[in-house]
Ligand binder design. Structure first.
Ligand SMILES: [Zn+2]
Ligand SMILES: [Zn+2]
Ligand SMILES: [Zn+2]
Ligand SMILES: [Zn+2]
Length: 304
């Protein structure tokens, strides 16, 4: 949530766009209801109008503050000033600033905003069943509207196929993948089944450091560590998984790993034709769904 806050703060403090003029998902949703815009196309026209105004304004502000003024006489002073502005923004958004690259505040703002959307969606996936779920859900809508409104959310086209990659839309499909697997857990010291070998998990044993065929250290399991091959160190036995067998990958509503969610879904021609009113055949398609009011969650059908 803090990265999203910093994006908004930087838009207003660094780039001079008052927060009162920055639409939010709540404000546009309320306005849509107040105006009685019930069809998708009426909502879309309204949202595109609102957001493109702000986008133009913000772009103009950034351009004015970062390029030398055509009216200034003498050595340009704004260069220094805009560099300071930029560094302030970069610091607040934690952007590693590469001094060899020309500054591109728009791109940096976009990167920060997209990162903050990915985090907001992850947070919802973690908090889904907690009392914070509604807060996390609304927060994801706010960030997605800012990202989609200012920087666009596009339907991806690759391999002759359109793919839905809208983080917010995919977040509303409440299913993911769970893997069922079995594996044997072997002792890192003797290689036998860790439940039956003589080594005790809470006892250190003297081990001579060596690397296995994959380059993994026998003491810590890492491929790059501070252990030196041949030296003797006191180490606890670790369990090493082997003979991993994947039995099934299933679609579930609550994956064991909350982040094991789909990151893109193929869009059929019918769906696209229905949504756009025509066949897009290869041209760029913009997703405006993340600007719209929430249309609820899709759940897996009960399969009993
Ligand atoms: Zn979208
Ligand atoms: Zn052992
Ligand atoms: Zn090691
Ligand atoms: Zn929603």
């Amino acid at each position: 949530m803090s990265l999203y806050g910093q994006c908004c703060r930087s838009i207003s403090l660094t780039w001079g766009l008052s927060l009162a003029h920055l639409p939010s998902w709540t404000s546009t949703t309320e306005e849509i209801h107040r105006r009685g815009l019930w069809t998708m196309s009426a909502q879309r026209d309204f949202l595109i109008r609102v957001w493109s105004q702000v986008r133009r304004q913000l772009r103009a502000n950034i351009a004015a503050l970062t390029s030398p003024s055509p009216w200034s006489i003498g050595p340009p002073t704004s260069d220094l000033w805009s560099h300071r502005q930029y560094m302030a923004m970069a610091r607040s958004l934690h952007i590693p600033h590469d001094t060899r690259q020309p500054v591109d505040p728009w791109r940096d703002l976009e990167t920060a905003a997209r990162t903050s959307l990915a985090r907001a969606v992850d947070a919802y996936n973690f908090l889904e069943d907690s009392e914070l779920s509604e807060l996390a859900h609304r927060h994801a809508h706010h960030v997605a509207a800012l990202v989609g409104g200012l920087f666009d959310c596009n339907i991806e086209y690759s391999d002759d196929t359109y793919w839905d990659v809208c983080r917010l839309t995919l977040m509303h499909s409440r299913w993911g993948m769970s893997a069922g697997f079995t594996a044997t857990r072997n002792c890192s010291l003797c290689g036998q089944d860790i439940d039956y070998c003589p080594h005790l998990l809470d006892t250190r044993y003297d081990v001579t450091v060596r690397h296995d065929a994959d380059g993994a250290c026998n003491v810590c399991g890492s491929r790059s560590c501070s252990h030196t091959v041949g030296e003797t160190v006191a180490a606890f036995p670790r369990s090493v998984m082997s003979e991993v067998q994947l039995h099934e990958v299933s679609w579930v509503s609550r994956p064991r790993d909350p982040l094991a969610r789909f990151t893109k879904i193929e869009l059929s021609q019918e769906v696209l034709r229905h949504g756009l009113g025509e066949d897009p055949t290869g041209r760029d398609v913009c997703c405006y769904r993340c600007l719209h009011p929430c249309s609820g969650f899709d759940h897996l059908p009960n399969r009993d």
